[in-house]
Write a protein that binds this ligand. Structure first.
Ligand code: UD1
Ligand code: UDP
Length: 361
């Protein structure tokens, strides 16, 4: 059996790491890994292949950045050529990026079966490019691997045949377990940044709704800047956000530590030992919970609603810097750890279950 896997953006390298490992243990199964090139800086791409020991992509399409239409269109054309050449039984896609949609659409048009990892997530905000990508991908997929109960329910409400939906857990939880020891052994980030465990706030920002809106971007960074006068604030900064801040003419004061994006092993250590995490990332919200660190989500809504219900995550739409600062400070000082921490994302075997389902088809 041949599977073409399409990845291209940072979180997909991390998600594919554990699934690819499991797939390659299946007898008679051959995976052809295709990197669209959506992310291309060394610290947004190659570093993950090096440190997570992900198999090197068999094919690199080198598409790069562009407007949504241009980027997705170029990927679609190139992925179609790849599928025609390799004639796989399955095309496997992850998450909700333009690489996901291009992979799914190319396969759907060629009548090749599609498997979608992280199916069923919804923000119910169609202004998000990711929401459009998810909905379309789910509706053309033949096998939908849902990470949570809510995701299964979302798919059911949209009329997707439940025989196609498998609740397997979250592959990012598998990765968190798999790389925990390696991160603790290899990462020197806390020493490099002279940070004491539990003494700092970690923040990541990259969502279009925050970077492309000057009011929200300014509100976030002004609030973080103010907070950094009282506590260390570390921000591994996505290239999109760096560019947006520079366009805005915003300059960090001395306290705020804007650093280049870090590899996964360093990120794990930064997350695990943070006192609070503030983020608009999907993956980072969940990782905060894996390490039982309180999270403030800098958005109006989240797809990972169970984290808010469980008390580990708070939504803080970043519309006003003074208000955001007060909320961050309150959580920093007054966070009450929820009594229970339910197993929301499975038992760490999502990747193996995905590989088995695909192998047995
Ligand atoms: C993409 C995904 C988003 C995901 C995020 C993960 C879409 C629509 N968005 O957002 O869902 O959460 O990846 O990080 O697919 N850039 C660089 N170097 C790089 C990559 C990007 O400089 O290696 C800059 C470019 O200026 C580019 C911009 O970042 O135009 C945005 O990159 P893009 O891949 O289009 O979207 P992300 O914001 O990264
Ligand atoms: N991540 C990383 N280095 C960083 C920032 C994030 O390794 O500097 C990891 C993070 O631990 C998580 C994933 O990237 O596993 C999340 O990706 P991102 O926030 O870019 O995208 P999203 O999850 O929002 O789609």
């Amino acid at each position: 059996m041949k599977i073409v896997t399409v990845i291209g953006a940072r979180p997909q390298f991390i998600k594919a790491a554990t699934v690819s490992r499991a797939l390659r243990l299946m007898p008679g199964l051959r995976e052809i890994l295709v990197h669209t090139g959506q992310h291309y800086d060394r610290n947004m791409s190659d570093i993950f292949f090096d440190e997570l020991e992900i198999p090197r992509p068999d094919i690199h399409l080198g598409i790069g950045s562009g407007s949504h239409g241009a980027q997705t269109g170029q990927m679609l054309e190139a992925i179609e050529r790849t599928i025609l050449k390799h004639d796989p039984q399955w095309v496997l896609v992850y998450g909700d990026t333009n690489s996901t949609l291009a992979g799914a659409l190319a396969a759907a048009k060629l009548n090749v079966a599609i498997a979608h990892v992280e199916a069923g997530l919804r923000s119910f905000n169609r202004a998000m490019p990711e929401e459009v990508n998810r909905v379309l991908t789910d509706h053309v997929s033949n096998l939908l691997f849902a990470p949570t109960k809510t995701a299964v329910e979302n798919l059911s409400h949209e009329g997707i045949d439940k025989r196609r939906v498998m609740r397997v857990g979250d592959v990012m939880f598998d990765a968190a377990l798999f790389y925990a020891k390696k991160a603790a052994k290899m990462s020197k980030i806390l020493a490099r940044l002279a940070l004491e465990p539990g003494s700092y706030v970690l923040a990541t920002i990259h969502r279009a709704e925050n970077t492309d809106d000057a009011t929200r971007l300014r509100a976030i960074f002004d609030a973080l800047e103010k907070l950094s006068r009282e506590v260390h604030v570390v921000v591994p900064i996505h290239p999109r956000t760096r560019k947006a801040l520079s366009k805005l003419g915003w300059r960090a004061g001395k306290g705020l530590r804007l650093i280049d994006p870090v590899g996964y092993l360093d990120m794990v250590m930064l997350e695990k030992h943070a006192r609070v995490i503030a983020t608009d990332s999907g993956g980072v919200q969940k990782e905060a919970f894996f390490y039982r660190v309180p999270c403030v989500t800098l958005r109006t809504e989240t797809e990972w609603v169970e984290l808010v219900e469980a008390g580990w995550n708070t939504l803080a739409p970043p519309t006003d810097s003074a208000r955001l600062y007060r909320r961050l400070r309150r959580i920093l000082i007054n966070f009450r750890r929820p009594r229970s921490s339910p197993a929301l994302y499975g038992t760490g075997d999502a990747s193996v279950r995905i590989a088995r389902h695909l192998h047995n088809r």
